[in-house]
Design a protein around this ligand. Structure first.
Ligand code: NAD
Length: 499
Protein backbone atom coordinates (compact mmCIF):
# COMPACT_ATOMS: atom_id res chain seq x y z
CA UNK A 1 0.00 0.00 0.00
CA UNK A 2 1.11 3.54 -0.78
CA UNK A 3 2.44 5.41 2.25
CA UNK A 4 2.52 9.13 2.95
CA UNK A 5 5.53 10.30 4.94
CA UNK A 6 6.67 13.86 5.68
CA UNK A 7 8.07 16.82 3.70
CA UNK A 8 11.40 17.68 5.29
CA UNK A 9 14.12 19.96 3.90
CA UNK A 10 12.48 20.05 0.50
CA UNK A 11 12.10 16.27 0.12
CA UNK A 12 9.58 13.58 0.74
CA UNK A 13 10.84 11.34 3.51
CA UNK A 14 9.39 8.15 4.95
CA UNK A 15 8.33 8.08 8.58
CA UNK A 16 10.55 6.20 11.01
CA UNK A 17 8.15 5.64 13.89
CA UNK A 18 6.59 2.46 12.52
CA UNK A 19 3.24 3.97 13.47
CA UNK A 20 0.66 4.74 10.77
CA UNK A 21 -2.99 5.58 10.46
CA UNK A 22 -5.28 4.69 7.57
CA UNK A 23 -6.44 7.40 5.17
CA UNK A 24 -9.89 6.61 3.77
CA UNK A 25 -11.73 7.53 0.63
CA UNK A 26 -14.96 8.53 2.43
CA UNK A 27 -16.95 8.15 -0.81
CA UNK A 28 -16.24 4.42 -0.99
CA UNK A 29 -15.31 3.67 2.60
CA UNK A 30 -12.07 2.09 1.37
CA UNK A 31 -8.63 2.64 2.84
CA UNK A 32 -6.65 4.29 0.05
CA UNK A 33 -3.33 4.87 1.72
CA UNK A 34 -1.76 5.22 5.15
CA UNK A 35 0.06 8.14 6.68
CA UNK A 36 3.06 8.02 8.96
CA UNK A 37 2.69 9.37 12.49
CA UNK A 38 5.84 11.19 13.54
CA UNK A 39 7.65 10.76 16.83
CA UNK A 40 8.92 13.52 19.09
CA UNK A 41 12.44 12.88 17.77
CA UNK A 42 11.32 13.33 14.16
CA UNK A 43 9.54 16.56 15.08
CA UNK A 44 12.54 17.88 16.97
CA UNK A 45 14.81 17.16 13.98
CA UNK A 46 12.38 18.94 11.63
CA UNK A 47 12.31 21.96 13.96
CA UNK A 48 16.12 22.06 14.21
CA UNK A 49 16.42 22.04 10.41
CA UNK A 50 13.76 24.74 10.12
CA UNK A 51 15.64 26.85 12.67
CA UNK A 52 18.81 26.49 10.59
CA UNK A 53 17.02 27.57 7.38
CA UNK A 54 15.04 30.46 8.87
CA UNK A 55 17.67 33.23 9.29
CA UNK A 56 18.53 33.31 5.57
CA UNK A 57 14.84 33.44 4.69
CA UNK A 58 14.24 36.21 7.28
CA UNK A 59 17.13 38.17 5.78
CA UNK A 60 15.64 37.89 2.28
CA UNK A 61 14.07 41.26 1.63
CA UNK A 62 10.28 41.41 2.08
CA UNK A 63 9.61 42.07 -1.58
CA UNK A 64 11.50 38.97 -2.62
CA UNK A 65 9.55 36.94 -0.09
CA UNK A 66 6.38 38.44 -1.57
CA UNK A 67 7.52 37.37 -5.05
CA UNK A 68 7.67 33.78 -3.83
CA UNK A 69 4.02 34.24 -2.80
CA UNK A 70 3.23 35.58 -6.30
CA UNK A 71 4.75 32.54 -7.96
CA UNK A 72 3.10 30.27 -5.38
CA UNK A 73 -0.26 31.84 -6.21
CA UNK A 74 0.33 31.25 -9.93
CA UNK A 75 1.20 27.62 -9.29
CA UNK A 76 -1.85 27.05 -7.10
CA UNK A 77 -4.01 28.45 -9.89
CA UNK A 78 -2.27 26.30 -12.47
CA UNK A 79 -2.80 23.19 -10.32
CA UNK A 80 -6.32 24.07 -9.15
CA UNK A 81 -8.01 20.96 -10.53
CA UNK A 82 -5.31 18.62 -9.28
CA UNK A 83 -5.45 20.16 -5.78
CA UNK A 84 -9.26 20.01 -5.75
CA UNK A 85 -9.13 16.32 -6.68
CA UNK A 86 -6.69 15.66 -3.80
CA UNK A 87 -9.04 17.46 -1.41
CA UNK A 88 -12.12 15.57 -2.60
CA UNK A 89 -10.42 12.17 -2.58
CA UNK A 90 -9.53 12.36 1.11
CA UNK A 91 -12.30 14.64 2.38
CA UNK A 92 -15.25 13.62 0.19
CA UNK A 93 -16.55 17.09 -0.66
CA UNK A 94 -17.72 17.77 -4.23
CA UNK A 95 -15.18 19.02 -6.76
CA UNK A 96 -16.74 22.52 -7.11
CA UNK A 97 -16.69 22.82 -3.31
CA UNK A 98 -13.08 21.56 -3.21
CA UNK A 99 -12.13 24.26 -5.74
CA UNK A 100 -13.69 26.77 -3.35
CA UNK A 101 -11.55 25.30 -0.56
CA UNK A 102 -8.39 25.92 -2.62
CA UNK A 103 -9.64 29.32 -3.82
CA UNK A 104 -10.36 30.72 -0.34
CA UNK A 105 -6.85 29.67 0.69
CA UNK A 106 -5.33 31.16 -2.46
CA UNK A 107 -6.96 34.49 -1.63
CA UNK A 108 -4.90 34.67 1.56
CA UNK A 109 -1.76 34.03 -0.49
CA UNK A 110 -2.86 36.92 -2.73
CA UNK A 111 -2.97 39.29 0.24
CA UNK A 112 0.47 37.99 1.28
CA UNK A 113 1.80 39.20 -2.09
CA UNK A 114 1.27 42.72 -0.69
CA UNK A 115 2.59 41.88 2.78
CA UNK A 116 5.63 44.22 2.65
CA UNK A 117 3.23 47.16 2.98
CA UNK A 118 1.66 45.52 6.04
CA UNK A 119 5.00 44.61 7.61
CA UNK A 120 6.28 48.19 7.73
CA UNK A 121 7.16 49.63 11.09
CA UNK A 122 6.58 53.14 12.42
CA UNK A 123 8.93 56.09 12.61
CA UNK A 124 8.93 59.34 14.54
CA UNK A 125 11.51 61.81 13.36
CA UNK A 126 12.93 64.10 16.11
CA UNK A 127 11.05 62.49 18.98
CA UNK A 128 13.50 64.50 21.11
CA UNK A 129 16.55 66.64 20.34
CA UNK A 130 18.54 64.55 17.85
CA UNK A 131 16.42 61.55 18.80
CA UNK A 132 14.48 59.33 16.38
CA UNK A 133 12.11 56.63 17.47
CA UNK A 134 11.14 53.70 15.30
CA UNK A 135 9.59 50.29 15.49
CA UNK A 136 10.11 47.25 13.32
CA UNK A 137 8.30 43.97 12.80
CA UNK A 138 10.58 40.95 13.08
CA UNK A 139 9.69 37.30 12.46
CA UNK A 140 9.35 35.02 15.46
CA UNK A 141 11.63 32.24 14.15
CA UNK A 142 10.08 28.78 13.88
CA UNK A 143 6.30 28.66 14.22
CA UNK A 144 3.76 25.86 13.87
CA UNK A 145 0.39 25.44 12.18
CA UNK A 146 -1.96 22.60 13.13
CA UNK A 147 -4.90 22.01 10.81
CA UNK A 148 -8.28 20.21 10.92
CA UNK A 149 -9.62 17.79 8.30
CA UNK A 150 -12.44 19.88 6.91
CA UNK A 151 -10.53 22.39 4.75
CA UNK A 152 -7.44 20.44 3.60
CA UNK A 153 -6.21 23.28 1.35
CA UNK A 154 -7.67 26.49 2.78
CA UNK A 155 -6.54 26.25 6.37
CA UNK A 156 -2.94 25.14 5.67
CA UNK A 157 -2.76 28.11 3.24
CA UNK A 158 -4.19 30.45 5.90
CA UNK A 159 -1.42 29.29 8.19
CA UNK A 160 1.56 29.14 5.83
CA UNK A 161 1.00 32.36 3.85
CA UNK A 162 1.24 34.97 6.62
CA UNK A 163 3.81 32.99 8.65
CA UNK A 164 6.19 32.50 5.72
CA UNK A 165 5.90 35.92 4.10
CA UNK A 166 6.72 37.47 7.48
CA UNK A 167 10.07 35.62 7.44
CA UNK A 168 9.33 32.67 9.71
CA UNK A 169 9.93 29.00 9.12
CA UNK A 170 6.85 26.84 9.66
CA UNK A 171 6.13 23.34 10.86
CA UNK A 172 2.78 22.41 9.35
CA UNK A 173 0.89 19.52 10.90
CA UNK A 174 -2.07 18.63 8.66
CA UNK A 175 -4.99 16.51 9.73
CA UNK A 176 -4.02 12.86 9.59
CA UNK A 177 -7.30 12.22 7.74
CA UNK A 178 -6.41 14.52 4.82
CA UNK A 179 -2.62 14.80 4.63
CA UNK A 180 -1.94 14.81 0.87
CA UNK A 181 -2.95 18.37 -0.04
CA UNK A 182 -0.49 19.94 2.42
CA UNK A 183 2.39 17.91 1.00
CA UNK A 184 1.46 18.95 -2.54
CA UNK A 185 1.20 22.61 -1.48
CA UNK A 186 4.67 22.38 0.08
CA UNK A 187 6.04 21.03 -3.22
CA UNK A 188 4.46 23.94 -5.08
CA UNK A 189 5.90 26.41 -2.55
CA UNK A 190 9.35 24.95 -3.22
CA UNK A 191 8.80 25.31 -6.97
CA UNK A 192 7.83 28.93 -6.30
CA UNK A 193 11.23 29.55 -4.71
CA UNK A 194 10.72 28.87 -1.02
CA UNK A 195 14.07 27.67 0.35
CA UNK A 196 14.23 24.09 1.59
CA UNK A 197 13.63 23.66 5.31
CA UNK A 198 11.53 26.82 5.64
CA UNK A 199 8.31 24.83 5.36
CA UNK A 200 8.30 21.37 6.94
CA UNK A 201 5.19 19.22 6.76
CA UNK A 202 5.19 16.75 9.63
CA UNK A 203 2.34 14.28 9.75
CA UNK A 204 1.06 12.75 12.93
CA UNK A 205 -1.38 12.68 15.79
CA UNK A 206 -1.37 13.77 19.44
CA UNK A 207 2.26 12.69 19.93
CA UNK A 208 3.57 15.14 17.35
CA UNK A 209 1.21 17.90 18.48
CA UNK A 210 2.46 17.54 22.05
CA UNK A 211 6.04 17.54 20.75
CA UNK A 212 5.33 20.85 18.97
CA UNK A 213 3.83 22.30 22.15
CA UNK A 214 6.84 21.28 24.24
CA UNK A 215 9.60 22.13 21.75
CA UNK A 216 11.45 25.18 23.05
CA UNK A 217 12.41 26.44 19.59
CA UNK A 218 8.80 26.70 18.40
CA UNK A 219 7.71 30.24 19.16
CA UNK A 220 4.05 30.26 18.16
CA UNK A 221 1.23 27.82 17.46
CA UNK A 222 -1.71 28.53 15.15
CA UNK A 223 -4.35 25.83 15.62
CA UNK A 224 -7.72 25.15 13.99
CA UNK A 225 -9.93 22.26 15.09
CA UNK A 226 -12.51 21.30 17.70
CA UNK A 227 -13.03 23.32 20.88
CA UNK A 228 -11.74 20.81 23.47
CA UNK A 229 -8.48 20.37 21.53
CA UNK A 230 -8.20 24.14 20.87
CA UNK A 231 -8.54 24.82 24.59
CA UNK A 232 -6.00 22.13 25.47
CA UNK A 233 -3.47 23.39 22.92
CA UNK A 234 -3.95 27.01 23.98
CA UNK A 235 -3.31 26.12 27.63
CA UNK A 236 -0.24 24.00 27.00
CA UNK A 237 1.29 26.37 24.42
CA UNK A 238 0.77 29.40 26.65
CA UNK A 239 2.15 27.72 29.74
CA UNK A 240 5.25 26.86 27.69
CA UNK A 241 5.63 30.56 26.84
CA UNK A 242 4.47 30.39 23.23
CA UNK A 243 2.11 32.65 21.37
CA UNK A 244 -1.05 30.77 20.56
CA UNK A 245 -4.16 31.38 18.52
CA UNK A 246 -6.51 28.41 18.66
CA UNK A 247 -9.75 28.37 16.71
CA UNK A 248 -12.41 25.91 17.81
CA UNK A 249 -15.83 24.57 16.99
CA UNK A 250 -19.10 26.32 16.32
CA UNK A 251 -22.87 26.27 16.50
CA UNK A 252 -23.98 28.93 14.07
CA UNK A 253 -27.52 30.31 14.25
CA UNK A 254 -29.50 32.05 11.53
CA UNK A 255 -32.42 34.22 12.68
CA UNK A 256 -35.28 34.49 10.20
CA UNK A 257 -37.48 37.52 10.90
CA UNK A 258 -41.17 37.60 9.82
CA UNK A 259 -40.33 40.24 7.20
CA UNK A 260 -37.54 38.15 5.58
CA UNK A 261 -37.78 36.89 2.02
CA UNK A 262 -38.49 33.29 2.99
CA UNK A 263 -37.57 31.79 -0.38
CA UNK A 264 -34.14 33.35 -0.15
CA UNK A 265 -33.82 32.41 3.53
CA UNK A 266 -34.72 28.78 2.76
CA UNK A 267 -32.20 28.62 -0.10
CA UNK A 268 -29.56 30.13 2.17
CA UNK A 269 -30.29 27.60 4.92
CA UNK A 270 -30.05 24.66 2.51
CA UNK A 271 -26.68 25.87 1.17
CA UNK A 272 -25.23 26.82 4.55
CA UNK A 273 -26.65 23.86 6.44
CA UNK A 274 -25.89 21.01 4.03
CA UNK A 275 -22.98 22.20 1.85
CA UNK A 276 -19.89 20.04 2.46
CA UNK A 277 -22.21 17.72 4.45
CA UNK A 278 -22.35 20.37 7.19
CA UNK A 279 -18.63 19.89 7.88
CA UNK A 280 -17.82 23.61 7.94
CA UNK A 281 -17.07 25.65 11.03
CA UNK A 282 -19.23 28.37 9.45
CA UNK A 283 -22.11 26.02 8.56
CA UNK A 284 -25.51 27.15 9.79
CA UNK A 285 -26.71 24.35 12.04
CA UNK A 286 -29.55 26.18 13.83
CA UNK A 287 -32.43 28.00 12.12
CA UNK A 288 -34.27 30.40 14.43
CA UNK A 289 -37.54 31.57 12.85
CA UNK A 290 -39.32 34.32 14.77
CA UNK A 291 -43.05 33.75 15.18
CA UNK A 292 -45.19 30.68 14.50
CA UNK A 293 -46.25 31.77 11.02
CA UNK A 294 -42.64 32.38 9.94
CA UNK A 295 -41.62 28.98 11.31
CA UNK A 296 -44.47 27.08 9.66
CA UNK A 297 -43.89 28.73 6.29
CA UNK A 298 -40.13 28.26 6.52
CA UNK A 299 -40.44 24.51 7.21
CA UNK A 300 -42.90 24.21 4.34
CA UNK A 301 -40.38 25.81 1.99
CA UNK A 302 -37.40 23.88 3.34
CA UNK A 303 -38.77 20.36 3.07
CA UNK A 304 -39.02 20.04 -0.75
CA UNK A 305 -35.65 21.75 -1.20
CA UNK A 306 -34.01 19.38 1.27
CA UNK A 307 -35.67 16.30 -0.16
CA UNK A 308 -34.33 17.23 -3.59
CA UNK A 309 -30.70 17.30 -2.46
CA UNK A 310 -28.48 14.72 -4.13
CA UNK A 311 -25.86 13.01 -2.01
CA UNK A 312 -23.06 10.95 -3.53
CA UNK A 313 -19.41 10.55 -4.43
CA UNK A 314 -17.42 13.52 -5.74
CA UNK A 315 -16.70 11.51 -8.88
CA UNK A 316 -20.35 11.97 -9.91
CA UNK A 317 -19.53 15.60 -10.74
CA UNK A 318 -22.35 18.11 -10.93
CA UNK A 319 -24.95 15.45 -10.13
CA UNK A 320 -24.10 15.68 -6.45
CA UNK A 321 -24.89 18.46 -3.96
CA UNK A 322 -22.79 17.07 -1.13
CA UNK A 323 -20.71 14.04 -0.32
CA UNK A 324 -20.04 11.73 2.61
CA UNK A 325 -18.87 12.68 6.09
CA UNK A 326 -15.25 12.08 6.96
CA UNK A 327 -15.22 8.71 8.78
CA UNK A 328 -17.40 5.79 9.82
CA UNK A 329 -17.11 7.09 13.41
CA UNK A 330 -18.42 10.50 12.33
CA UNK A 331 -21.30 8.81 10.48
CA UNK A 332 -22.20 6.73 13.57
CA UNK A 333 -21.93 9.74 15.89
CA UNK A 334 -24.19 11.88 13.67
CA UNK A 335 -26.76 9.09 13.30
CA UNK A 336 -26.64 8.61 17.10
CA UNK A 337 -27.26 12.31 17.66
CA UNK A 338 -30.23 12.24 15.27
CA UNK A 339 -31.62 9.35 17.36
CA UNK A 340 -31.11 11.37 20.54
CA UNK A 341 -33.03 14.30 19.04
CA UNK A 342 -36.01 12.00 18.44
CA UNK A 343 -35.77 10.54 21.96
CA UNK A 344 -35.54 13.99 23.53
CA UNK A 345 -38.71 15.19 21.82
CA UNK A 346 -37.68 17.11 18.70
CA UNK A 347 -39.78 16.62 15.55
CA UNK A 348 -37.79 14.80 12.86
CA UNK A 349 -39.10 16.32 9.62
CA UNK A 350 -36.56 14.84 7.18
CA UNK A 351 -34.55 11.79 8.30
CA UNK A 352 -31.22 11.15 6.55
CA UNK A 353 -30.15 8.08 8.52
CA UNK A 354 -31.27 5.37 6.11
CA UNK A 355 -29.50 6.77 3.05
CA UNK A 356 -27.66 4.19 0.94
CA UNK A 357 -25.99 5.08 -2.35
CA UNK A 358 -26.07 2.35 -4.96
CA UNK A 359 -22.56 1.15 -5.70
CA UNK A 360 -21.20 3.06 -2.68
CA UNK A 361 -22.86 1.13 0.13
CA UNK A 362 -19.75 1.36 2.33
CA UNK A 363 -19.29 5.12 1.91
CA UNK A 364 -19.78 7.29 4.98
CA UNK A 365 -23.01 8.95 3.89
CA UNK A 366 -25.62 10.69 5.97
CA UNK A 367 -28.63 12.14 4.17
CA UNK A 368 -29.86 15.68 4.81
CA UNK A 369 -31.79 15.85 8.04
CA UNK A 370 -34.19 18.50 9.34
CA UNK A 371 -35.47 18.88 12.88
CA UNK A 372 -38.25 21.16 14.08
CA UNK A 373 -39.23 22.02 17.69
CA UNK A 374 -35.67 21.74 19.00
CA UNK A 375 -35.06 23.21 22.46
CA UNK A 376 -31.77 24.45 23.96
CA UNK A 377 -31.59 21.54 26.45
CA UNK A 378 -31.41 18.85 23.74
CA UNK A 379 -28.08 17.25 22.80
CA UNK A 380 -28.64 18.11 19.13
CA UNK A 381 -28.68 21.78 20.16
CA UNK A 382 -25.87 21.65 22.73
CA UNK A 383 -23.34 19.67 20.68
CA UNK A 384 -21.63 20.61 17.46
CA UNK A 385 -22.99 17.87 15.17
CA UNK A 386 -20.69 18.65 12.23
CA UNK A 387 -22.93 16.82 9.81
CA UNK A 388 -25.85 17.49 7.43
CA UNK A 389 -28.36 18.16 10.21
CA UNK A 390 -30.32 21.41 10.50
CA UNK A 391 -32.16 22.10 13.77
CA UNK A 392 -35.03 24.57 14.01
CA UNK A 393 -35.52 26.39 17.31
CA UNK A 394 -38.74 28.42 17.22
CA UNK A 395 -38.72 31.77 19.05
CA UNK A 396 -41.57 34.18 19.76
CA UNK A 397 -39.69 37.46 19.42
CA UNK A 398 -36.52 39.03 18.07
CA UNK A 399 -35.26 39.62 21.62
CA UNK A 400 -35.71 35.92 22.50
CA UNK A 401 -33.92 34.89 19.30
CA UNK A 402 -31.04 37.28 19.97
CA UNK A 403 -30.77 36.01 23.56
CA UNK A 404 -30.55 32.42 22.28
CA UNK A 405 -27.54 33.33 20.14
CA UNK A 406 -25.96 35.39 22.92
CA UNK A 407 -26.38 32.59 25.50
CA UNK A 408 -24.83 29.92 23.24
CA UNK A 409 -21.31 28.85 24.25
CA UNK A 410 -19.99 29.22 20.70
CA UNK A 411 -19.54 32.46 18.78
CA UNK A 412 -18.02 31.74 15.38
CA UNK A 413 -20.59 32.94 12.84
CA UNK A 414 -24.24 33.98 12.79
CA UNK A 415 -26.72 35.49 10.36
CA UNK A 416 -30.01 37.33 10.28
CA UNK A 417 -32.47 37.42 7.40
CA UNK A 418 -34.69 40.48 7.49
CA UNK A 419 -35.97 43.32 5.30
CA UNK A 420 -35.53 45.82 8.13
CA UNK A 421 -32.24 47.72 8.29
CA UNK A 422 -32.80 48.82 11.86
CA UNK A 423 -33.20 45.22 13.11
CA UNK A 424 -30.12 44.17 11.13
CA UNK A 425 -28.03 47.00 12.59
CA UNK A 426 -29.21 46.23 16.10
CA UNK A 427 -28.32 42.56 15.64
CA UNK A 428 -24.84 43.28 14.24
CA UNK A 429 -24.16 45.64 17.11
CA UNK A 430 -25.42 43.53 20.03
CA UNK A 431 -24.63 39.94 19.09
CA UNK A 432 -21.53 38.44 20.76
CA UNK A 433 -20.29 36.50 17.72
CA UNK A 434 -17.15 37.18 15.67
CA UNK A 435 -18.57 37.06 12.12
CA UNK A 436 -22.05 38.29 11.26
CA UNK A 437 -24.08 37.92 8.06
CA UNK A 438 -26.99 40.18 7.11
CA UNK A 439 -29.08 38.35 4.52
CA UNK A 440 -25.84 36.42 4.01
CA UNK A 441 -25.59 32.94 5.51
CA UNK A 442 -21.86 32.14 5.62
CA UNK A 443 -20.08 35.40 6.41
CA UNK A 444 -16.48 34.26 5.96
CA UNK A 445 -14.70 37.62 5.58
CA UNK A 446 -12.56 38.24 2.53
CA UNK A 447 -8.85 37.71 2.96
CA UNK A 448 -7.99 41.38 3.48
CA UNK A 449 -10.24 41.40 6.56
CA UNK A 450 -9.68 38.73 9.17
CA UNK A 451 -11.31 35.54 10.44
CA UNK A 452 -12.08 34.64 14.02
CA UNK A 453 -14.86 33.67 16.38
CA UNK A 454 -15.67 34.69 19.94
CA UNK A 455 -16.45 32.75 23.12
CA UNK A 456 -15.54 29.03 22.89
CA UNK A 457 -14.90 29.29 19.15
CA UNK A 458 -11.48 30.89 19.62
CA UNK A 459 -8.76 31.11 22.26
CA UNK A 460 -6.17 33.84 21.89
CA UNK A 461 -6.48 37.44 20.91
CA UNK A 462 -5.50 37.81 17.27
CA UNK A 463 -7.48 36.48 14.31
CA UNK A 464 -6.42 34.40 11.32
CA UNK A 465 -5.26 36.07 8.07
CA UNK A 466 -5.36 39.77 7.21
CA UNK A 467 -3.35 42.27 9.25
CA UNK A 468 -3.96 40.33 12.49
CA UNK A 469 -2.08 37.31 11.16
CA UNK A 470 0.98 39.38 10.31
CA UNK A 471 0.86 40.81 13.83
CA UNK A 472 0.61 37.30 15.24
CA UNK A 473 3.63 36.06 13.29
CA UNK A 474 5.89 39.04 14.05
CA UNK A 475 7.13 40.72 17.18
CA UNK A 476 7.63 44.43 17.54
CA UNK A 477 10.98 45.93 18.38
CA UNK A 478 11.12 49.64 19.19
CA UNK A 479 14.37 51.56 18.86
CA UNK A 480 15.20 54.92 20.39
CA UNK A 481 18.24 56.35 18.54
CA UNK A 482 20.27 59.41 19.38
CA UNK A 483 23.03 60.85 17.23
CA UNK A 484 25.52 62.88 19.15
CA UNK A 485 25.52 65.96 16.99
CA UNK A 486 22.26 66.97 18.67
CA UNK A 487 22.97 66.52 22.38
CA UNK A 488 24.03 69.03 25.00
CA UNK A 489 27.21 68.61 26.99
CA UNK A 490 27.16 66.75 30.28
CA UNK A 491 25.34 63.67 31.56
CA UNK A 492 21.83 63.71 32.97
CA UNK A 493 21.00 61.30 35.80
CA UNK A 494 17.26 61.87 35.69
CA UNK A 495 14.75 59.60 33.94
CA UNK A 496 12.78 62.24 32.08
CA UNK A 497 10.73 63.20 29.08
CA UNK A 498 12.74 63.15 25.82
CA UNK A 499 12.17 66.87 25.24
P1 NAD B 1 -9.79 17.98 15.75
O1 NAD B 1 -9.79 18.90 16.92
O2 NAD B 1 -10.17 16.56 15.99
O3 NAD B 1 -8.33 17.94 15.06
C1 NAD B 1 -7.66 19.11 14.68
C2 NAD B 1 -6.16 18.85 14.76
O4 NAD B 1 -5.81 18.53 16.09
C3 NAD B 1 -5.70 17.69 13.88
O5 NAD B 1 -4.51 18.06 13.23
C4 NAD B 1 -5.50 16.56 14.87
O6 NAD B 1 -4.45 15.70 14.49
C5 NAD B 1 -5.13 17.27 16.15
N1 NAD B 1 -5.60 16.57 17.36
C6 NAD B 1 -6.72 15.82 17.47
N2 NAD B 1 -6.83 15.32 18.71
C7 NAD B 1 -5.76 15.77 19.41
C8 NAD B 1 -5.33 15.60 20.77
N3 NAD B 1 -6.03 14.89 21.64
N4 NAD B 1 -4.19 16.23 21.14
C9 NAD B 1 -3.49 16.96 20.27
N5 NAD B 1 -3.85 17.15 18.97
C10 NAD B 1 -4.98 16.57 18.55
O7 NAD B 1 -10.73 18.66 14.63
P2 NAD B 1 -11.20 18.04 13.26
O8 NAD B 1 -12.21 16.97 13.53
O9 NAD B 1 -10.04 17.72 12.40
O10 NAD B 1 -11.91 19.32 12.60
C11 NAD B 1 -13.26 19.66 12.84
C12 NAD B 1 -13.38 20.72 13.90
O11 NAD B 1 -12.64 21.89 13.51
C13 NAD B 1 -14.80 21.21 14.10
O12 NAD B 1 -15.03 21.36 15.48
C14 NAD B 1 -14.83 22.55 13.39
O13 NAD B 1 -15.81 23.45 13.85
C15 NAD B 1 -13.46 23.04 13.67
N6 NAD B 1 -13.04 24.08 12.73
C16 NAD B 1 -12.91 25.36 13.20
C17 NAD B 1 -12.54 26.38 12.34
C18 NAD B 1 -12.39 27.79 12.86
O14 NAD B 1 -11.75 28.59 12.17
N7 NAD B 1 -12.93 28.13 14.01
C19 NAD B 1 -12.28 26.09 11.00
C20 NAD B 1 -12.40 24.77 10.56
C21 NAD B 1 -12.78 23.78 11.45
Amino acid sequence: MQEIGHWINGKLVAGTSGRFTDVYNPATGEVQTRVALATTAELDAAVAAAAAAQPVWAATNPQRRARVMMKFGDLINAHMDELAELVSREHGKTLPDARGDVQRGLEVIEVCMGAPALLKGEYTDSAGPGIDLYSMRQPLGVVAGIAPFNFPAMIPLWKMGPALVAGNAMILKPSERCPSTSIRLAQLAQEAGLPDGVLQVVNGDKEVVDAILDNETVQAVGFVGSTPIAQYIYGRACSNGKRAQCFGGAKNHMIIMPDADLDKAADALVGAGFGAAGERCMAISVAVPVGKETADRLIEKLVPKIEKLKVGPYTAGNDVDFGPVITKQAQDRINGLIGSGVEQGATLVVDGRALKIQGYENGFYVGPTLFDDVTPEMDIYRQEIFGPVLSTVRMDSYEDALKLVIDNDYGNGTAIFTADGDTARDFASRVNVGMVGINFPIPVPLSYYTFGGWKKSAFGDLNQYGPDALRFYTKTKTVTARWFSGIKDGASLNFKALD
